[in-house]
Design a protein around this ligand. Structure first.
Ligand SMILES: *[C@@H]1O[C@H](CO)[C@@H](O)[C@H](O)[C@H]1NC(C)=O
Ligand SMILES: *[C@@H]1O[C@H](CO)[C@@H](O)[C@H](O)[C@H]1NC(C)=O
Ligand SMILES: *[C@@H]1O[C@H](CO)[C@@H](O)[C@H](O)[C@H]1NC(C)=O
Ligand SMILES: *[C@@H]1O[C@H](CO)[C@@H](O)[C@H](O)[C@H]1NC(C)=O
Ligand SMILES: *[C@@H]1O[C@H](CO)[C@@H](O)[C@H](O)[C@H]1NC(C)=O
Ligand SMILES: *[C@@H]1O[C@H](CO)[C@@H](O)[C@H](O)[C@H]1NC(C)=O
Ligand SMILES: *[C@@H]1O[C@H](CO)[C@@H](O)[C@H](O)[C@H]1NC(C)=O
Ligand SMILES: *[C@@H]1O[C@H](CO)[C@@H](O)[C@H](O)[C@H]1NC(C)=O
Ligand SMILES: *[C@@H]1O[C@H](CO)[C@@H](O)[C@H](O)[C@H]1NC(C)=O
Ligand SMILES: *[C@@H]1O[C@H](CO)[C@@H](O)[C@H](O)[C@H]1NC(C)=O
Ligand SMILES: *[C@@H]1O[C@H](CO)[C@@H](O)[C@H](O)[C@H]1NC(C)=O
Ligand SMILES: *[C@@H]1O[C@H](CO)[C@@H](O)[C@H](O)[C@H]1NC(C)=O
Length: 809
């Protein structure tokens, strides 16, 4: 039986390659936190008193808690922790953030009963959607130089299903935590499962002031861990000498931090280490990324740090309550309230809009450019800024700070970048640093464009080869897209049927949604037209899995790259720019990476390295010598959230005749289109499900092994640790890059970090990926359990943002 109400949550169709917006690097997005906001301890005392009241009804005279930290062990006879949360939340004075002790929050979550049957269905649904995850075969059977453990996602989900059937989980929280951890172990930040119970109701935090930082005395000595705020204090007060952290909760600081770092979904341990700490680049761009040490999963009731000088400091861990606890009195009422899906849209409400003026709503904290010099040019959303270092010895250097590729107006991004490059050349700047720290991606087209900005000549044709995993539902989507473009689908010959199926969606909307699957708008690996869907689909067998043929964008076809009106440098209305002289020599350009570069950021990085020969300096990483990879984020070329997949499969389903639909009901196309449990149990970010898959692999030019780029190990050409002055002043970071990369200073690089054979200077870009070993079918490799932007103004590009369709079947 198909559901009678289908939510066709239409999304936008532009190629977006960005790390998931609902997560910050393995850390679910919570309420925006201001780095200077201290928890209101007065209000926390009131909360604690209320918790005591609701959990100790027998005692009448409770001495008021003043400064001590309440712990749950103080609370015997605690019957219903979720009831305690309800009364605690009620007690929070209005206007204060709803903050409760972390231990109480986790007890409430643990009291939510397991939905055994629902979770078995959920696993079935997730497996349908994982058919679209491009790299599952490589995760299962990675090449030898992949640094992480292999992971057989499908098999592990099967074993979780068996464990469910055998009553092997204690609570809903335990099950979803395991499932979430499983996804994290794929270390692909386009791939995510964010269930309601973990991401939607409460968010765990260590209190403000617990942020840490890893700094070295001179940039090459091994770093030590300090309190982030101590460095700020020391800046103002030279007599204060910060003391390094030695232990956290009684465990050696490095060992403890490694246990926290693994919750970030980067495929590189040095990147996961950097992700523990606040990001200078992100904070400056208005994303308060305070690090996975400060915000993430439940990490115990309190945090006790001991410093080298003998001082110890202890604080209580907290949870910020996001959900409305009215009526929640125990785990069952919690489940009913928070884990049964969003309210079903019953009325067709089409909010078609003119997307030239639309941005994805985000609640950005106020950006802090403290420590940044005055920009020469800056994008209004702070995703891009151009700087000159005017100091003696550095006055030939320009810095393009690019913490993000998200620009509601891609034309503006291109213009600012082009103008800054021209101004810099005119001002006699001969060196260029691309500071890509923290860049989690955005509009995919800007990745190709940034490469062309510095390599405008005609023979620098961006390769950008991508491919889909050739799954069965994709095959139907491609065939129906072909038929639709030929005006041959059932609904095109029957306007009543069209209206019934699509309501207010138009033919143009459908072309827009399906253009990525249209063989007429993709080119093959040699930039030649594809003759048919069959030629596009293949499939080609690589690493025992099936893939489409390698695809490239046609940069003279706006439909192909999905940004109407926008021309990449060197193409269409920017065709004459192939005559612009290359503004900087390849050796005079350097990328600055901290590992967090993901998606679109990795598109430009690959082109700059592989086609441009541009070197990289990586900053930070674990306190040990040796090379570091510049990139630890997903190198996938396009992400799809779960509803992006749902929308495409539903559109295709409704294009079909009743006979076709009856057939698809039995296949993955129909089952994918109408899977319900996955949308019932996911957390939402605004109207959109907070999770998705990597849709397309990005491949290296001339790589016969056809290895997705994230499985190719690539060391940076030099590595540098942060110093204390760098934490407070970004210009010190940039000068550190100049000293090592443009002067004769590789001796200042971290010991052993230069000349790696995988780096650009080590000749790494002349080599392709390595072929994974043949997979050992049946051999147990068990490791332990473990977007979307505005569509602008061509006539064809008006699209429904969120369309709730009523469909009677
Ligand atoms: C903290 O909360 C108390 C109780 O609501 C309030 O009186 C006080 O002004 C708050 N303090 C701050 C700094 O917000
Ligand atoms: C706790 O209970 C006492 C006695 O019943 C009452 O006076 C007090 O207001 C309660 N406190 C809170 C925060 O509910
Ligand atoms: C340091 O001094 C500056 C300017 O005097 C001030 O704005 C800032 O708040 C001080 N920072 C700290 C951590 O005291
Ligand atoms: C020890 O170091 C910590 C961290 O820098 C600092 O907060 C504390 O005040 C120092 N203690 C003493 C006694 O100096
Ligand atoms: C922190 O939590 C641990 C474990 O519950 C407890 O033993 C310790 O006393 C707590 N420390 C403080 C300062 O509350
Ligand atoms: C919480 O939910 C209740 C009903 O369940 C509603 O009356 C109340 O307005 C909600 N509170 C907020 C702040 O939305
Ligand atoms: C965009 O502009 C159009 C026309 O100016 C307006 O009708 C529409 O509401 C706007 N959309 C948004 C999301 O602001
Ligand atoms: C460097 O000089 C330019 C031009 O005078 C100015 O716009 C820019 O803000 C200066 N940069 C710094 C960091 O002072
Ligand atoms: C598509 O075909 C139908 C008949 O099957 C015809 O009425 C319609 O005009 C055609 N549309 C286009 C755009 O050619
Ligand atoms: C690329 O697209 C343009 C515009 O649609 C088209 O003229 C050209 O033939 C396409 N290139 C190839 C190789 O098909
Ligand atoms: C390209 O053409 C535009 C006008 O169409 C002109 O402004 C620009 O200077 C030209 N660029 C080059 C490199 O010739
Ligand atoms: C969209 O809005 C822009 C500016 O608000 C306007 O110039 C353009 O004509 C509109 N496009 C459509 C298709 O309505």
């Amino acid at each position: 039986m198909l559901p009678t109400i289908v939510l066709l949550s239409a999304s936008l169709a532009l190629a977006a390659a960005k790390s998931n917006p609902y997560m910050l690097y393995g850390v679910p997005k919570g309420p925006s936190i201001d780095i200077d906001e201290m928890e209101n301890m007065t209000s926390l005392d009131v909360v604690s008193a209320a918790v005591d009241n609701s959990t100790r009804p027998s005692k009448t005279s409770q001495p008021p808690k003043t400064t001590s930290i309440p712990t749950m062990s103080d609370i015997p006879g605690l019957a219903e922790p979720c009831a305690a949360v309800s009364s605690a939340v009620k007690a929070v004075p209005s206007g204060n953030r709803k903050v409760i002790p972390a231990e109480l929050a986790v007890k409430c979550l643990q009291s939510v009963p397991l939905d055994q049957k629902g979770n078995m269905q959920l696993i079935d649904d997730l497996k349908l959607y994982l058919e679209w995850q491009s790299n599952i075969a490589f995760l299962k059977n990675p090449p030898a130089d992949y640094t992480e453990q292999p992971l057989d996602l499908m098999r592990e989900m099967d074993s979780m299903k068996k464990q469910l059937a055998a009553n092997g989980f204690n609570s809903e929280y335990d099950f979803q935590s395991e499932l979430n951890k499983l996804f994290t172990r794929a270390y692909d930040n386009h791939l995510a499962w964010q269930p309601d119970i973990l991401a939607g109701v409460m968010q765990f935090q260590r209190p403000a002031g617990t942020e840490l930082v890893s700094v070295s005395s001179d940039g090459s000595q091994l770093p030590e861990i300090y309190a982030y705020r101590d460095l700020e204090l020391a800046k103002n007060n030279t007599s204060f000498e910060p003391s390094p952290v030695r232990t956290i909760n009684g465990v050696g600081v490095e060992e403890y931090l490694q246990t926290v770092a693994i919750q970030a979904d980067f495929h590189d341990a040095d990147t996961r280490w950097n992700a523990l700490f606040p990001s200078q680049a992100l904070i400056a761009s208005g994303v308060n990324f305070l690090g996975s040490f400060r915000t993430g999963i439940y990490q115990g009731p309190n945090t006790t740090m001991a410093f080298a000088n003998g001082t110890a400091k202890s604080t209580m861990n907290v949870a910020v309550v996001l959900g409305n606890f009215t009526g929640v009195i125990d785990g069952s009422t919690f489940f009913h309230k928070f884990c049964s899906g969003p309210a079903v849209t019953t009325a067709a409400s089409s909010t078609a809009f003119n997307a030239t003026n639309t941005t994805v709503p985000t609640q950005n904290p106020i950006p802090s450019h403290v420590g940044y010099p005055k920009a020469v040019l800056i994008h209004p959303n702070l995703s891009l800024g151009g700087y000159w270092i005017n100091d003696t010895g550095y006055d030939d250097v320009a810095v393009m700070s690019m913490p993000s590729y998200e620009s509601p107006d891609v034309q503006l991004y291109q213009n600012i970048m082009r103008d800054f490059i021209r101004m810099s050349v005119r001002a006699g700047k001969t060196k260029m640093i691309f500071d890509l720290r923290g860049n989690g991606g955005g509009n995919a087209i800007l990745g190709y464009d940034s490469f062309k900005q510095v390599f405008p000549q005609a023979d620098q044709d961006p390769f950008g080869g991508t491919r889909f995993r050739a799954n069965d539902a994709l095959n139907v989507v491609g065939q129906m897209t072909r038929d639709f473009n030929a005006n041959k689908t059932f609904v095109q010959s029957n306007s009543m049927a069209f209206k019934e199926a699509f309501g207010q969606l138009t033919m143009n909307d459908i072309s827009l949604f399906t253009s990525g699957f249209s063989f007429q708008h993709q080119l093959d690996i040699d930039n030649k037209a594809l003759g048919s869907w069959e030629q596009m689909f293949g499939p080609e067998t690589v690493n025992s899995d099936k893939f489409t043929t390698t695809l490239r964008y046609n940069f003279t076809d706006e439909v192909s790259y999905t940004y109407p009106g926008f021309s990449v440098i060197g193409f269409l209305k920017n065709a004459n720019e192939t005559r612009t002289p290359q503004p900087f020599k390849a050796h005079d350009i350097v990328m600055l990476h901290d590992g967090m570069c993901s998606s679109t950021c990795t598109i430009v990085s690959e082109l700059l390295k592989n086609q441009g020969g541009v070197r990289t300096l990586a900053v930070g990483g674990q306190p040990k010598a040796g090379p570091m990879q510049g990139i630890g984020g997903t190198k996938g070329a396009q992400s799809f959230s779960y509803d992006d997949v749902q929308t495409r499969t539903q559109i295709v389903y409704f294009l079909g005749s009743p006979e076709q639909q009856a057939q698809w009901n039995q296949t993955s196309l129909g089952r994918t289109a109408f899977a319900e449990q996955i949308f019932k149990r996911t957390a939402y970010s605004g109207d959109r499900p907070a999770g998705g898959i990597n849709l397309k692999d990005n491949l290296r030019r001339d790589d016969p092994s056809k290895t997705p780029l994230e499985f190719i190990y690539e060391a940076a050409d030099c590595r540098m640790f942060y110093t204390a002055p760098m934490i407070n002043d970004v210009t010190m970071v940039w000068k550190g890059v100049v000293d090592r990369m443009f002067r004769n200073g590789t001796s200042q690089c971290v010991q052993g970090s230069t000349g790696d054979k995988s780096s650009v200077s080590g000749g790494g870009q002349t080599k392709a990926g390595s072929v994974p070993p043949p997979s050992k079918a049946g051999v147990d490799e068990f490791q332990g359990v473990g977007r979307k932007w505005d569509v602008s103004g061509l006539g064809w590009a008006v699209v429904a943002a969120v369309v709730g369709l009523v469909v009677c079947l």
